[in-house]
Design a protein around this ligand. Sequence first.
Ligand code: NAD
Length: 340
Amino acid sequence: MKKILITGGAGYIGSHTAVALINAGFEPVIIDNFSNSEKSALAGLNKICGREITCYEVDCLDRSGVEKVFLENDFSGVIHFAASKAVGESTRLPLKYYANNIDSLLILLETMSKFGVKDIVFSSSCTVYGQPKELPVTESTPRQDAESPYGNTKKICEDILRDFILSGVDSRIVALRYFNPVGAHPSSEIGELPIGVPANLIPFVTQTAAGIREKITVFGNDYDTTDGTCVRDYIHVMDLADAHVKALAYLSVQKLNFYDIFNVGTGRGNTVLEVIQTFEKVSGQKLNYEIGPRRSGDIEKVWANTDKINKVLGWEAKYSLEDSLRDSWNWQMKLSGKKN
Ligand SMILES: NC(=O)c1ccc[n+]([C@@H]2O[C@H](COP(=O)([O-])OP(=O)(O)OC[C@H]3O[C@@H](n4cnc5c(N)ncnc54)[C@H](O)[C@@H]3O)[C@@H](O)[C@H]2O)c1
């Protein structure tokens, strides 16, 4: 079985990708420092997979620790999820974000070169598009100045990958620009584990419905959208996980010295109010929400053109918004001890 290193594999998207890799016949090996995840995620993962997934508690900034993992394993590819990802925190602690997100990539690329590992899939984000002038965004839509240090790290990491390939190395790289990951594994064994007050809509919605938060504030209803609230492209984490498996297969048949970028979204945009109404429908819960002022730094609307990933990787989103919200709610109930 081909071994794939997943950095940040105990996290939200990484843990679901580990399941997708196993289902596709790969052997995932995880590195995580648990700075934004819990060891319980591994227990859930092992339960789904029916066996123990190898996990090293290693910080990606610890070069010798990372090298040790490469020494002990013969990897055929890497998926690099490990990063700090809270937009708000990144404006307060920019150096933490630049150090963690950029240095981890540099150390990983250098270690891969040292050990002759050629293929890497990188977690990028639709945040690189900012507020695009035309929608939906394609991969060639110009990137905008980043709205936050976090967003800037994704732009810089993309530039590092491009320049690395331009230097003539024999690596093969795909950057996946995720839209808004939501949902959880249908078994509710793994899902998103936000630490502190969630910055993203869906965990806030599910925590409010579960009574952990009193109410949810919708930031602005005077945007130029169908109901005035912001529009995003919500992609089920299982679909997103599958895109990584497809990206690895795609890389393995490319010539060396290769770089490509794909949007990973559904191609549909939904407003915040549509999400709230859909959630109420699938969960049977009434949500306590209020309309508040706009939140600074929020993009009005963004959704993906997915033609490229549909055609080139043969990937398409299978889960609906209803599926995503139902799985997020089931996961929340499991966390709240209301579901086995
Ligand atoms: N979730 C989103 O909304 C979203 C959207 C676009 C892009 N992304 C990107 O996808 C990737 C994964 O996101 P996620 O939602 O799964 O986040 P997450 O925080 O759940 O997972 C990231 C994991 O990386 C680990 N980690 C962080 N720094 C580390 C380090 N130095 N060494 C080892 N482990 C480290 C954390 O402990 C965590 O388990 C990130 O790169 C993120 O920026 C996420």
